[in-house]
Write a protein that binds this ligand. Structure first.
Ligand code: SF4
Ligand code: SF4
Length: 498
């Protein structure tokens, strides 16, 4: 067992109102510069929908992430070293600007400085890339709130894999928002794809960064990332990505998207994982991926894990923080948070609590009590459309973990209603979902009313622990197409050393 710490995020989708505040504040801080006008390190998608860039989840088209080889190992879906080398000057698997959208501005000055005339002046859109007039045909949140989805929803890669009947029914059945940032994966395909060794995963907290000095703009990381969370800056010629606001994290502060989230739905904390088992967990069969990736996490309260963490150089205040981590509780103790597309095999580290509210709404609209435990439990099991869709997003198609998570959320809702009415929580409610009433109350506190200090447990960085240590990519030798050897990548805070 080799213990490592990872800064991890959980988002509670029940509370996302799709206001895009997180996207806008992130953009203001990180991508408000020439060359990244089209880049959204944080974006919020309406689901069902095609997402951003368009249809990014369709790996038959983009060949991002990892595939299982015939011998049970992992290989980049884009191919091995020779295949990648052959495509280095023009990868057909990289999204074009039209797949994101052509950024534009308006001729605002015309509104202010046009001479007096009969007609009201008009500010026409101009391309931020060419400076010419442009026609706006697509944007980062084009199908927001299902707008225009009658024509675009059919291109949702998850819906495509469901039946025609489901596709026809879906728009009236279910809708929710999915905020996305870089997943800061444990097995990052972007790092493995980079021919220049510019991409790296920080030793101390697992944040994935691009060394701007080393980046040569090959863009193989853009193709390699199945979540399409790396952006090419056409002005600087370098790749850029979400940094998990590392300067803030190092100071013990939450990311900008978390701090400004109006729904207070983001949680940040450390998880410990066994670095020796990452590639193994990424290489199990599809239906076992969720469980294998969850099993990677180590219980920070287990004395054996604590001793191993000390042995592996993790400072005591980080161990304390891991023991208080809200993320650990939501993923491993309550088992309500699930990974996004574990089938991409990058072992993502931003997990999601699936939305229950749309189901409650359907039950309430049918005239039944939407907060009643028994009614809700039955509805969750019967509503196959959202269950299958959520499983397509979070558990590689296995509906059981999704159902378990939703049932636990339903139990919390109906149990806490009894408490709010001044009654005892009926013993059968927590028992029906394999929890205790104390756990349900604690989960309600964390999901419903927790203050900032409980939602973000971020120990300040130890500069000394970041120096002179190596990150060893879990992918075996010979599978890293960009590097002559798959040896350790040296890491320091913020900038990769020579
Ligand atoms: S989600 Fe982030 S860490 Fe994972 S492969 Fe993409 S860019 Fe890399
Ligand atoms: S700020 Fe929060 S509530 Fe608003 S879209 Fe972003 S994640 Fe959702």
């Amino acid at each position: 067992m080799r213990v490592k710490a990872q800064m991890t995020m959980v988002m509670n989708l029940d509370k996302c109102i799709g206001c895009h505040t997180c996207s806008v504040t992130c953009k203001q801080v990180w991508t408000n510069r020439e060359g990244v006008e089209y880049a959204w390190f944080n974006n919020v998608e309406t689901r069902p929908g095609v997402g951003y860039p368009r249809g990014y989840e369709d790996q038959n088209k983009w060949k991002g992430g990892w595939n299982l080889t015939a011998s049970g190992g992992l290989q980049l879906a884009a191919g091995g070293r020779l295949t990648k080398a052959a495509k280095i000057f023009g990868s057909p698997d990289t999204p074009e600007i039209a797949d994101y959208y052509e950024p534009w501005t308006y001729e605002y000055d015309k509104l202010l400085s046009s001479p007096l005339g009969q007609l009201t002046p008009v500010a026409r859109p101009t391309s931020l890339i060419t400076g010419e007039d442009t026609k706006i045909t697509w944007g980062a949140a084009w199908d927001d709130n299902l707008g225009g989805s009658a024509s675009t929803m059919a291109n949702d890669p998850i819906l495509k894999s469901m039946s025609t009947h489901v596709r026809a029914e879906f728009e009236s059945a279910f809708m929710f928002y999915l905020p996305r940032i870089c997943e800061h994966c444990l097995n990052p395909a972007c790092v493995a794809s980079c021919p220049s060794g510019a991409m790296y995963k920080r030793e101390e907290d697992g944040i994935v960064l691009v060394d701007q000095d080393r980046c040569r703009g090959w863009r193989l990381c853009v193709a390699g990332c199945p979540y399409k969370k790396i952006y090419f800056n056409h002005a600087s010629g370098k790749a850029e990505k979400c940094t998990l606001c590392f300067p803030r994290i190092e100071a013990g502060q939450p990311t900008v998207c978390s701090e400004t989230c109006t729904g207070r739905l983001r949680y940040l904390g450390l998880v410990f994982y066994d670095a020796d088992r990452v590639s193994q967990a990424a290489a199990v069969k599809k239906t076992d991926l969720y469980q294998a990736q969850r099993d990677l996490f180590l219980d920070p309260n287990d004395p054996e894990v604590v001793a191993a963490a000390r042995r592996d150089g993790i400072p005591q205040d980080w161990i304390d923080a891991a023991q208080k981590s809200p993320v650990w509780r939501l993923i491993s103790e309550y088992e309500v948070a699930l990974p996004l597309h574990p089938e991409f095999r990058t072992v993502p580290m931003v997990w999601y609590i699936p939305p229950l509210s749309p189901m409650v709404d359907v039950v309430a609209q049918s005239g039944s009590d939407g907060e009643d435990g028994k009614t809700l439990f039955a509805a969750i099991s019967q509503m196959r459309i959202p269950l299958e869709y959520l499983a397509g997003l979070f558990t590689a198609g296995d509906t059981r973990p999704v159902e378990k998570s939703l049932r636990r959320l339903a139990a919390m809702r109906s149990g806490m209603r009894e408490v709010a009415l001044g009654n005892e929580m009926p013993a059968e409610i927590p028992a029906a979902v394999g929890m205790t009433d104390t756990q349900l109350v604690a989960m309600h506190r964390l999901l419903g009313i927790a203050k900032q200090a409980e939602r973000y447990v971020i120990p300040p960085s130890h500069a000394e622990s970041a120096q002179g240590r190596d990150y060893e990519c879990p992918v075996p030798d010979g599978m890293m197409p960009g590097r002559a050897t798959a040896g350790p990548v040296p890491v320091t805070v913020g900038r990769k050393p020579e």
